[in-house]
Design a binder for this molecule. Structure first.
Ligand code: IMP
Ligand code: MG
Length: 179
């Protein structure tokens, strides 16, 4: 597994520092609110589990899943919701947790869909941001770290469903997806 990685972009130590810093920031920003943390499956699971342990507030946790990439490395315009959350989000301040904001199409679709469910607010936190690739009109309220325009895997992020369990974020060797 490690031999398929060109170089490490974000180390384990850096990942846990990011979770701590952002978790503490969310604790301050959402104090007194009815927080609903929604992880976008599957890529966000490692970040969500680490981040949420630094959110020192009562909160509930749910998941949403949109149609995935398939085995390619670019997202399509055709996004489907495979697993949804409650129809009524009245009273909740929603925090959407993503692994990476790339073109932004997936998250834009999710935010638009959740926008008419009466939530008090909808905020976005993403571990990684690839601003160079943005197509949809969307940005995150909280960003762990910006990454260059390269295909990355690990700590939840996959290529063709593999590599999620790498403990760091690394750039996948091009020969893996170009062969
Ligand atoms: P978007 O709709 O183009 O913003 O893509 C969103 C989803 O594509 C992310 O939540 C990831 O699951 C996946 N994705 C985008 N870039 C990468 C990458 O570099 N590595 C792994 N998955 C990625
Ligand atoms: Mg994702």
């Amino acid at each position: 597994m490690h031999e398929d990685i060109e170089r490490i972009l974000v180390t384990e130590e850096e990942l846990s520092a990011i979770a701590k810093k952002l978790g503490e920031q969310i604790t301050r920003d959402f104090a007194g609110k009815k927080l609903l943390v929604i992880g976008v499956l599957k890529g966000s699971i490692y970040f969500l589990t680490d981040l949420s342990r630094y959110i020192d507030l009562p909160c509930t946790i749910d998941f949403i899943q949109a149609s995935s990439y398939g085995s390619g490395t670019v997202s399509s315009n055709n996004i489907k919701i495979i697993k949804d959350v409650a129809d009524d989000l009245t009273g909740f301040d929603v925090l959407l947790v993503e692994d990476i904001l790339d073109t932004g199409r997936t998250l834009k679709h999710i935010v638009d869909m959740l926008s008419n469910r009466n939530a008090n607010s909808i905020s976005i936190i993403t571990l990684l941001d690839k601003p160079a690739r943005r197509v949809a009109d969307i940005s995150a309220d909280y960003v762990g770290v910006d990454v260059p325009n390269e295909f990355v895997v690990g700590y939840g992020l996959d290529y063709d469903q593999f590599y999620r369990n790498l403990p760091y974020i690394g750039v996948l060797k091009e020969e893996i997806y170009n062969s």
